[in-house]
Write a protein that binds this ligand. Structure first.
Ligand code: 5AD
Ligand code: SF4
Length: 474
């Protein structure tokens, strides 16, 4: 297509019925031009929230008549849902977009579309506009539900379309979803973030917190259980502040009770929890709700109070440890995982040692560790950052080594124990192995017939490895 003119189409409309009409239009537009169903290559970068958004984009594509492929040479549309949380995520996206140039040259009909957090940043959209002229469609996070309309405009007008509208509305309901997995489902309960942690770009690119009405969440969860899903993960940037701004009187603890009350044999997980909003009431709810896994992903980010203050996290190490102690008291088998940032601007080696100390106390079952990445527009981006990347790399390795040791010890402590495992699929350990996850999300590989994939089974752990445990089916 002639992608040399541009439509800056910062129009916003919240009505899903309008998008239904555009889905029909795209469908008939394509059926007049393609002999076989057009194929789309869709790739999601970044977090689970993005994966969940991508499932909605794929649902809309399927409704518009697209099939799916992972071969760019046979695609008629490539859609990347991008991530902006760290610089290396953005570099990965740009590298992948660069590689599409040759496919566009070989097939001028190919539509290349970019959306998501990275595109919501005006400087990034500008960069794509100027330096990647073969990208046809760019849209931000607030208008993802308008994808059919934007795609139709791009196809029918033969122009590049950019929509970075900052206007937003409650999360769009009722649009189709094409899920990647038929056992485990993402269920977004809120979007956006009001916390403005000083290092984080998310509040700028996803906007203010918006919770979904509980009846929509319960409806979706009930449908998932009826469709045979065995694990539902409630998603949000800060699920603990669920309910803020809704007309109904509800908080996250209340929502957990409601989802737990849905009849059926399934598990409930949730992420991400912010420690500042994690209350005893919530921990009591996790303990009381039998379907809710006794596992809390509670990102601490670092273990030093001065750095936590600079990060704008609104809790102290002592408060965090108190919460963990309360959870252990209520649920002796509770496990924790966490996110940690190494090398926040101004962090000293001594302060980093406090993080190691906290990790030793918490004995996390897994850690997601990141070297601080400067995000332009955030408060931390203005702070002096004198420690070299090389030095931060050494600290990072120290943290990895410590966690590897703790992770292995925690896995060794599981040996001999019997755990309830949801069988996910075929394991990589060897011929005849299946793989599954315990409640605390530890991977268990064990020998068993494939027929039990998708079931809950009891497995005795026999051996510990670094990243998983081995077991035998009981
Ligand atoms: N640099 C490094 N890590 C970051 N995270 C968020 N922003 C940054 C950044 N600028 C990490 C946090 C968060 C996780 C999703 O990503 O640990 O919890
Ligand atoms: Fe980013 Fe903090 Fe919001 Fe999480 S809570 S998305 S780290 S600003």
């Amino acid at each position: 297509m002639a992608a040399n003119t541009l439509t800056q189409y910062d129009f916003f409309d919240a009505d899903p019925a309008r998008q239904e009409r555009y889905m029909d239009r795209v469908c008939s537009f394509l059926s007049q031009r393609c002999d076989t169903p057009p194929l789309a290559l869709v790739h999601s970068f970044g977090c689970q929230q993005n994966s969940s958004d991508t499932e909605k984009l794929k649902g809309m594509l399927a409704r518009m008549g697209y099939g799916f492929t992972d071969r760019p040479e046979e695609a008629r549309l490539v859609l990347f849902n991008t991530c902006a949380v760290r610089e290396n995520a953005e570099d990965r996206v740009l590298g992948n977009v660069g590689a599409l140039k040759a496919y566009k040259a070989a097939n001028p009909e190919l539509i290349i579309a970019l959306c998501g957090c990275m595109m919501q940043q005006p400087h990034m959209a500008e960069k794509v506009k100027k330096s990647y002229p073969y990208v046809d469609l760019v849209f931000g996070t607030h208008v993802a539900h308008m994808f059919p309309e934007l795609l139709y405009t791009c196809l029918s007008e033969g122009k590049r379309v950019f929509n970075l509208s900052e206007e937003s509305a409650p999360m769009a309901e009722g649009l189709p979803v094409l899920r990647d997995n038929d056992l485990k489902a993402w269920l977004p309960i809120m979007n956006g973030c009001d916390n403005f942690c000083s290092y984080c770009i998310v509040p700028y690119v996803r906007g203010r917190e918006k919770s979904r009405p509980s009846k929509e969440i319960i409806r979706e969860a009930t449908e998932l259980v009826a469709a045979g899903y065995k694990e539902i993960t409630l998603l949000g940037q800060n699920v603990n502040s669920y309910g803020k701004g809704l007309e109904e009187q509800i908080n996250f603890a209340g929502l957990l009770h409601q989802v737990n009350a849905i009849p059926g044999d399934f598990r409930i997980r949730f992420m991400t929890s912010h420690p500042k909003d994690c209350t005893h009431e919530l921990i009591d709810a996790i303990a009381a709700c039998k379907k809710v896994c006794n596992h809390i992903h509670l990102p601490v980010q670092c273990g030093n109070n001065r750095v936590l203050r600079e990060m704008n996290r609104h809790y102290t190490v002592e408060e965090y440890l108190e919460l963990a102690a309360y959870a252990h008291q209520k649920m002796p088998d509770v496990t924790f995982t966490s996110d940690i940032i190494v090398g926040f601007p101004g962090e000293s080696y001594e302060e980093f040692q406090d993080t190691l100390e906290l990790v030793r106390k918490m004995r996390y079952s897994a850690l997601y560790t990141f070297i601080y990445s400067r995000r332009s527009g955030t408060r931390a981006a203005q702070m002096p950052d004198p420690v070299s990347g090389e030095e931060k790399g050494r600290w990072f390795q120290e943290l990895l080594d410590l966690q590897e040791k703790i992770g292995l010890e925690e896995h060794e402590a599981m040996v001999g124990g019997v755990y309830r495992v949801l069988v996910d699929g075929v394991g990589k350990t060897g011929e005849g192995y299946l793989t599954g996850r315990t409640e605390s999300n530890v991977i268990v590989d064990f020998k068993a017939p494939k027929e039990i994939i998708g079931q809950f089974v009891q497995v005795r752990v026999t051996k510990a490895r670094n990243w998983l445990v081995l077991g035998e089916l009981i």
